[in-house]
Write a protein that binds this ligand. Structure first.
Ligand SMILES: *[C@@H]1O[C@H](CO)[C@@H](O)[C@H](O)[C@H]1NC(C)=O
Ligand SMILES: *[C@@H]1O[C@H](CO)[C@@H](O)[C@H](O)[C@H]1NC(C)=O
Ligand SMILES: *[C@@H]1O[C@H](CO)[C@@H](O)[C@H](O)[C@H]1NC(C)=O
Length: 737
């Protein structure tokens, strides 16, 4: 029995592993923009191979080694202190970094190893300010002067938006190298040997401090023409006219197709037979919603559009908004809106996807905004520092005959608010924390589509999910006791529906995360007892724990202001082998695909776990009945979740994300595929198929062979049929052939 179960378990795990990205896909469907940030100090190593660049990262310093020939990053290493100055030793074999307290650290200049800390330096001469008496910069040109005569020897033009020189080297042998920045965070390196250009490269650091972002679909031109045809069809009062119109349109398209192929049957057949390898690229990407732009706003107001398929930059534009706090995609109008903390906003028209145009600029009367959330199409909730809430509707609020309920939270409490039809807001309920308590994680149930209202058990009975939509869960940490409390509330009434707590000496300074699915929530924390370990806890909500028992009916309306039935819960806790920094649930178009929980780990990698593994109903093998084992993807409970190398979607990359990064999953038009991006100091995006690519054909799919086989079978059956018929006739007449 045990062997059998182990076999089933390993087969299931195997089946789940099938959807991993294998080596041929790695680094093709995913990309990373590795950033350094603002260059504070640039030095060169002894062998003149690498540039050592210091930049700010979080509140400390990032030390990066960059190949001087190509400009590629060799490695980046975040230091655990902030270096305020640096000095390269005379022979350039090592350098000294000084921190705020005046401590000095010695690093090897060829490999960045720490050689000595707390050394004493007698005379500290900064190597960060490039200076030379024989070089002057004026009118965006770098001029080399003769020391004695003060006459110009040569000059190099710089970019128009030159900002400052970051690095300069020149010797008497005719070798010149320099690196400078421009005001849009581009860094240009040039080197010359005896007046002849040698190396030139440039690094783009504009997206190293993203404060807000949004995704924009590239519009599908083919659909636009079909859309206008469908609209024209609706104009007809007579069905017959509409039908003839459609037929004529399709006939026109067919004629166009024939003409495109020069009316040559050979060409048409070739075109039909060929697997559309080229159309697999652009047009199908647009059609399947894989072609998106990620539009990011950086701290100093640059807006950049990045192609989600390959990470290339499509356009960049300077805006007048600094520190933008929120961006949204007004998809109906192909516009994007961007807000800053002061309430100023700008709307850009992006109907021409390569050239954004400023369409409008205005401001909302509210100061120091903390948070903006989207309430609906063109409707936003603005929350300001002094707990003022305001609803802003783009183009004016239109009264709607409905009341909406909002649940907002901060560190010290959860608040319920009712928005009346005239957009007046009224506070309804509040949950406040005591002195030593703090909300460390919060998750609201989203409005994603629900594909399945129950879970089918092994004996073909159904457990009904608890699908009440107004739910929020949160984690409260008690700093004194180290306990955490997990609560589930009804966001309409504030009623507590479920709670549980953990007294396993939770480390409240390591990340606590929470995500909400359709009828479950998952949270993660790090506990110190019984052993220091990362925990993942799943709570599933059901209408009833008895199979085939349903409390609500689809036809009945429920008034959430009256008592709603409470959920029944099942919970399971798991250990996870790595520390989890951030967590998000995969989103697909219809949520039919089994969800995956995407985890960013503190070691700079991203992995995912199928929801089938993170199941609250997994129980120890001895307790499983025969019918339990028949349930789809049922697995016995094993306390440790596996961390399989094939599920590391970042492959061998190391991400440097920072504390404020955001992990996000966006749906595409392919139900199997979700785009996952992590946006912080670096930007990383990939495509995820939580249940395999069930709706895409592999590129090796041979349409030609399939068509040929079908054709062959037709021909074969044409010849076989008379043979079979004659054989049948002969048997009826008992004639031997
Ligand atoms: C730097 O880049 C050049 C050109 O790509 C390459 O030939 C060289 O080996 C690289 N150097 C190091 C130290 O990686
Ligand atoms: C916000 O507004 C104030 C005064 O109106 C202005 O001084 C400040 O620069 C603005 N800040 C931003 C980020 O636009
Ligand atoms: C089906 O299985 C569930 C879970 O094991 C059990 O609670 C239920 O009683 C079973 N129903 C029938 C009809 O056997």
């Amino acid at each position: 029995m045990v062997q059998f179960l182990c076999l089933i378990y390993s087969l299931l795990l195997g089946a789940l592993t099938v959807n991993a990205v294998f080596i041929e896909d790695a680094f093709i469907s995913d990309w990373q923009l590795e950033n350094i940030g603002r260059y504070e100090c640039v030095m060169e190593d002894q062998g003149q191979q690498n540039l050592i660049i210091l930049s700010d990262y979080e509140s400390n310093t990032l030390m990066s080694f960059v190949n001087e020939t190509s400009g590629t990053i060799i490695f980046r290493y975040p230091l655990d202190f902030k270096a305020i100055d640096a000095m390269l030793l005379e022979d350039r074999s090592a350098y000294v970094l000084k921190d705020l307290e005046g401590n000095a650290y010695l690093f090897d200049a060829s490999n960045g190893f720490l050689l000595d800390d707390k050394i004493s330096v007698e005379t500290f001469v900064s190597s960060c300010i490039p200076h030379s008496s024989s070089v002057i910069i004026s009118n965006n040109t770098l001029k080399f002067m003769d020391q004695d005569s003060q006459l110009e020897i040569s000059q190099v033009p710089l970019r128009e938006n030159f900002e400052s020189l970051k690095f300069l080297y020149h010797d008497n042998l005719g070798s010149v190298k320099f690196l400078y920045s421009t005001d849009d965070y581009q860094y240009f390196f040039e080197s010359f040997e005896n007046g002849v250009p040698k190396n030139q490269w440039h690094r783009d650091e504009v997206v190293s401090d993203v404060c807000s972002f949004t995704f924009v679909d590239i519009p599908n031109e083919a659909l636009l023409s079909k859309k206008s045809e469908l609209l024209a069809e609706q104009e007809f009062t007579n069905v017959w006219d509409a039908y003839t119109y459609r037929v004529s349109q399709n006939w026109g398209r067919f004629k166009g197709f024939l003409k495109e192929n020069n009316y040559s049957p050979g060409k048409i057949i070739m075109r039909l037979m060929k697997m559309d390898s080229h159309s697999l690229n652009y047009s199908s990407d647009v059609e399947f919603g894989l072609a998106k732009y990620l539009i990011v706003a950086s701290k100093k107001g640059q807006l950049s559009a990045i192609d989600v398929r390959n990470g290339s930059k499509v356009w960049q534009r300077q805006t007048s908004l600094e520190d933008t706090i929120f961006m949204d995609n007004l998809s109906k109008k192909s516009q994007i809106i961007s807000f800053d903390k002061n309430g100023s906003y700008e709307i850009y028209d992006i109907s021409n996807v390569t050239e954004p145009v400023l369409a409008r600029k205005d401001r909302v009367e509210i100061s120091s905004i903390n948070l903006i959330s989207k309430l609906g199409e063109n409707k936003y909730l603005l929350q300001s520092g002094n707990d003022i809430k305001k609803i802003f509707c783009l183009g004016g609020c239109v009264d709607e005959p409905i009341t909406t309920v909002l649940a907002t939270h901060d560190k010290k409490g959860v608040h319920g608010t009712i928005v009346k039809s005239d957009y007046q807001m009224q506070d309804t309920w509040e949950i406040t924390m005591s002195e030593s308590e703090e909300i460390v994680a919060f998750a609201k149930k989203g409005d994603e589509p629900i594909s399945n209202i129950g879970v089918t058990l092994g004996n073909r009975t159904v457990l009904y999910k608890y699908l009440y939509p107004n739910l929020a869960s949160y984690v409260v940490a008690n700093k004194k006791t180290g306990n955490i409390y997990v609560h589930l509330v009804d966001t309409v009434t504030g009623e507590l529906l479920f709670s549980q707590f953990h007294d396993e000496k939770v480390d409240i300074y390591s990340p606590v995360n929470m995500v909400f699915g359709d009828s479950w929530f998952i949270y993660s924390f790090f506990s110190n007892e019984p052993i220091p370990e990362q925990r993942l806890v799943v709570v599933e909500l059901y209408e009833s724990l008895h199979a085939d028992e349903r409390v609500t009916t689809a036809s009945e309306h429920y008034d959430p202001f009256r008592a709603v039935n409470k959920p029944f819960t099942i919970s399971n806790a798991y250990y996870f082998p790595e520390v989890i920094k951030r967590m998000v649930v995969s989103r697909t178009k219809y949520q039919i695909t089994l969800s995956a929980i995407i985890l960013e780990l503190t070691n700079g990698q991203i992995t995912y776990l199928s929801k089938a593994l993170l199941n609250a109903r997994r129980q120890p093998e001895v307790k499983m009945t025969d019918s339990d084992k028949k349930e789809v993807m049922a697995m016995p409970y094993i306390s440790t979740l596996p961390l399989n190398d094939q599920f590391i979607i970042t492959h061998s990359r190391a991400l440097l994300m920072g504390e404020t990064a955001e992990l996000i999953s966006v749906a595409t038009n392919l139900e199997s595929t979700s785009i996952v991006c992590d946006i912080g100091h670096d930007i990383f995006c990939t495509k995820l198929h939580p249940s395999g690519q069930f709706d895409t054909m592999s590129p090796s799919f041979e349409k030609g062979k399939l068509l040929a086989t079908i054709l062959g079978l037709f021909v074969l059956s044409y010849f076989l049929r008379p043979m079979v018929e004659s054989a049948q006739l002969k048997t009826q007449w008992l004639v031997r052939s």
